[in-house]
Ligand binder design. Structure first.
Ligand code: FAD
Length: 302
């Protein structure tokens, strides 16, 4: 029987709990603000572990990230995690941001080096007087307060990393600095994740390596994004979206099927924790979570 239609272990009720988190980006217009908050409202009843808010390349969304995180704290029962990068700021400036988060009640930060000021693919140089890399940032955050810190992980290695082993060395440095969870770059071939996981565990890293799942809202945009961040797009995926450029309704169904297949296979192979790159859209993610057995908290309590 094909894994795409076989009931997952979770759905057979083997008692394992599925935990999810959702990633959003800060809106840059009133229209985007409404889309974001509609999505947060739709997904909140699924009681995610946390919801994270990204930090624009080069620190460009510093204020908007902060405002979104604070509004989540003030107006929802959700636990926010604020993304933060080392780019374009001194250590003192970053420490102030971290302290402000702490004062506001935020206790979870996703700590990243960030892309070079010239954009992904250009050479990275640490800011003068700034944190040198993500591991250095994790140490800095831990010095400011008792934060839960998540970091990135790259099943296909980061494009700037010479080898997978060098990449895993960086992950180890981040864990040694105090990171308690890694969230992966998105991937479409689950074997890549499991091969990476084996190597990470063999290196003595035992924190959760949570798969980052990207439902393909827009195949063309995904291809461009994947090329920039070193994630491969398999031929079979391109074939599934082929010919649908002018057919958004079918594209959406295909996207749901692809993501459903991916997460069910991961569950069947033992994964219980997922991080969804929502792109601020709730529909696909809600459907996939439903498939994973998640139900609105009120419905469950009834
Ligand atoms: C879950 C997740 C969330 C993200 N959120 C954001 C966000 O909110 N805002 C944002 O701007 N970006 C974000 N990014 C992207 C991230 O900032 C970029 O991928 C960036 O290029 C690397 O940052 P990092 O913390 O992953 O790097 P690190 O973990 O520090 O490094 C990644 C790899 O690159 C290699 N490397 C790093 N520096 C060098 C160097 N100088 N020379 C050679 N090799 C080097 C290391 O070997 C390491 O393996 C996110 C990525 C992920 C996976």
């Amino acid at each position: 029987m094909n894994s795409a239609i076989r009931p997952s272990r979770f759905m057979r009720g083997d008692g394992r709990r599925i935990a999810v988190s959702f990633e959003f980006f800060p809106p840059n217009s009133e229209e985007m603000e409404k889309i974001l908050w509609d999505s947060i409202e739709r997904l909140a009843p699924l009681a995610p572990n946390f919801v994270s808010v990204t930090y624009g390349a080069g620190g460009t969304t510093r204020e908007r990230t902060h405002a979104t995180v604070k509004r989540i704290l003030a107006e929802t029962p959700l636990t926010p995690a604020a993304h933060l990068t080392c780019v374009a700021a001194t250590r003192d400036e970053i420490d102030v941001i971290v302290r402000n988060y702490h004062d506001a009640g935020v206790r979870h930060i996703v700590a990243l080096r960030g892309d070079p000021a010239g954009g992904a693919g250009t050479r990275y140089a640490p800011h003068h007087g700034g944190y040198q890399n993500a591991a250095d940032l994790v140490s800095g955050i831990k010095r400011v307060g008792d934060f839960e810190v998540s970091v990135s992980a790259y099943p296909e290695k980061h494009p700037e990393s010479p080898t997978v082993d060098a990449d895993i060395d960086m992950l180890k440095a981040k864990v040694d600095a105090g990171a308690g969870r890694a969230i992966t770059q998105f991937f479409f071939e689950n074997d890549l994740y499991f091969r990476y996981l084996d190597r990470v565990r063999a290196r003595g890293i035992d924190i959760p390596i949570v798969p980052g799942i990207l439902p393909v809202q827009n195949f063309k945009a995904t291809t461009g994004f994947a090329a920039r961040c070193g994630a491969s797009v398999p031929t079979w995926l391109a074939e599934r979206f082929h010919g649908l450029d002018n057919d958004p309704a079918t594209r959406k169904l295909i996207a749901a099927a692809v993501a459903a297949e991916q997460v069910i296979d991961l569950v069947d192979r033992g994964v219980t924790n997922f991080h969804f790159y929502t792109m601020n859209r709730a529909d696909l993610v809600y459907a996939i979570c439903h498939l994973l057995g998640l139900r609105p908290a009120v419905e469950q309590a009834a």
